[in-house]
Design a protein around this ligand. Structure first.
Ligand code: PHE
Length: 355
C-alpha cells in the first residue's frame, strides 16, 4: 500500500471521534505529514511543481473528504447508540409501574367535571390569593358587612403603596365574579378548587375544597337550579331516586337563598343516600343577587342566574365513607392506598362516575 492509501485506510478505520481527530492533526495539522508535503511545493522546480501541485492538492482533498465522511459516520453511530440506550418500552405492563394513587378529592373533582360537562358546564378557575374586592365587595359584602366576620378570613399584611387588601379566598364564589367580568352570557361554569378559613376540627381544616356553580342567562329561575342540583346529586351518588330539601337561608350574594339537604338513611348504622328519613346538608345556593350581576357590568333586568357552592371534601366523605377530614391532608401512605383511586380509572358517565 502506498502512503496516501494507508492514511485513507487509517481514517476509515478510526474507532472514535478522538482517534479521528488525532489522525487529522497528524496529517493536516500545522506539523502534519500532508501539510509538510504541501510546504515542499514552494522550493520545487517549476516543471516538477506542475505535476506535483495537482497531485498533492488532490491528496489533501481526498484526506479531508475521508475525514469528513468518517466523522459523519461516527456521529451517526454515537446518536444511534444513545437512542438505543434511552429507549423506553411503552408496552411494559401497568403492574410494573410505581403504585401511586389518585387522592379522593382529585377523584371527586374529576367526577364533578364529568357530570357537569354532560350538562354543558365548562370548568373555570381563579386565584387562591384573591383580593378583597373579588372575595367580598363584588359579592355584595362591603367593608362593614357582618357576613365578612363569619368567614374567619386569612388576611395578608398590607402591601406598602397599594390599597388592595389580599386574602386567601374564603370560598370559590370570587370565580363567579371573574367569570362574569370576562365572559358574555350565556354562562355555565363550575369552579372547583382550594379555599381557606381559620378553622380546625374533625370536620374543618384551614384549607378545604369547594366547587362553585354558576349559570347566567335570560329567564333563569329557581326551577333550573333545583333540576340541575337534582341531576347532579343523582349522578354523583349514583342513585335514581333522591329527595332534595331546599331550606330558606341567607347569603349576601344570592336572593332568594337556599341551603340544600339530601335525604338519606342511617339504617343498619351505615349511611345510604335516598329517601327522606334523615337529612344531610350538602350545599348553599340561590339566585344571583341583582347587585352582583350589576357589579360585573351586566344588566340585572336582562340577565338572571343561579349559583351554588358545595364542599368537595364533605361530598367525598359522604360518598366514600371517610369519617375524619384531617386524614385527607396527612399524606399517610396507608390511608392513600386504602382510599386512593387507580390512575387509569378515569371517571366517565358511561362507566359510572364512581367506578
Ligand atoms: N360561598 C358560599 C359559602 O362558602 C356558598 C354559596 C355559593 C352560596 C353560591 C350561595 C351561592 O358558604
Amino acid at each position: 500500500m502506498t502512503e496516501p492509501d494507508q492514511l485513507i485506510a487509517a481514517i476509515d478505520a478510526a474507532a472514535s471521534l478522538d482517534a479521528l481527530e488525532a489522525i487529522r492533526v497528524a496529517a493536516l495539522g500545522k506539523a502534519g505529514s500532508v501539510t509538510a508535503l504541501m510546504k515542499t511545493l514552494g522550493q520545487m522546480a517549476p516543471e516538477l511543481r506542475l505535476t506535483e501541485g495537482p497531485r498533492l492538492n488532490a491528496l489533501r482533498d481526498a484526506v479531508s473528504t475521508a475525514i469528513a465522511a468518517r466523522k459523519t459516520a461516527l456521529e451517526a453511530a454515537a446518536l444511534d447508540a444513545r437512542l438505543a440506550s434511552e429507549r423506553l418500552d411503552m408496552t411494559l405492563p401497568v403492574a410494573a409501574t410505581p403504585t401511586g394513587s389518585i387522592h379522593p378529592i382529585s377523584q371527586v373533582m374529576d367526577e364533578l367535571a364529568e357530570i357537569f360537562a354532560d350538562l354543558g358546564f365548562a370548568v373555570a378557575t381563579g386565584p387562591e390569593i384573591e383580593d378583597d374586592w373579588h372575595n367580598f365587595t363584588a359579592l355584595n359584602m362591603d367593608e362593614n358587612h357582618p357576613a365578612r366576620a363569619m368567614h374567619d378570613t386569612f388576611y395578608f399584611p398590607d402591601t406598602p403603596g397599594s390599597d388592595k387588601r389580599m386574602v386567601l379566598r374564603t370560598h370559590t364564589s370570587p370565580v363567579q365574579i371573574r367569570t362574569m367580568l370576562t365572559q358574555k352570557p350565556p354562562i355555565r361554569i363550575i369552579a372547583p378548587g382550594r379555599t381557606y378559613r381559620s378553622d380546625s376540627d374533625a370536620t374543618h381544616t384551614p384549607m378545604f375544597h369547594q366547587v362553585e356553580g354558576l349559570v347566567i342567562d335570560r329567564g333563569i329561575t329557581m326551577g333550573h337550579l333545583k333540576w340541575t342540583l337534582e341531576t347532579f346529586v343523582k349522578a354523583f351518588f349514583e342513585v335514581d331516586e333522591i329527595e332534595l330539601r331546599l331550606r330558606p337561608s341567607y347569603f349576601p350574594f344570592t336572593e332568594p337563598s337556599a341551603e340544600v339537604d339530601v335525604g338519606c338513611s342511617w339504617a343498619g348504622g351505615t349511611l345510604s343516600i335516598g329517601g327522606s328519613e334523615s337529612w344531610l346538608e350538602i350545599l348553599g345556593s340561590g339566585m344571583v343577587h341583582p347587585r352582583v350581576i350589576e357589579a360585573c357590568g351586566l344588566d340585572p333586568e336582562e340577565y338572571q342566574g343561579f349559583a351554588f357552592g358545595c364542599g368537595i371534601d364533605r361530598l367525598a366523605m359522604l360518598k366514600y365513607g371517610m369519617t375524619d377530614l384531617r386524614a385527607f391532608f396527612d399524606g399517610d401512605a396507608r390511608w392513600l392506598r386504602h382510599y386512593g383511586f387507580r390512575g387509569i380509572d378515569v371517571p366517565t358517565l358511561s362507566g359510572g362516575v364512581g367506578a
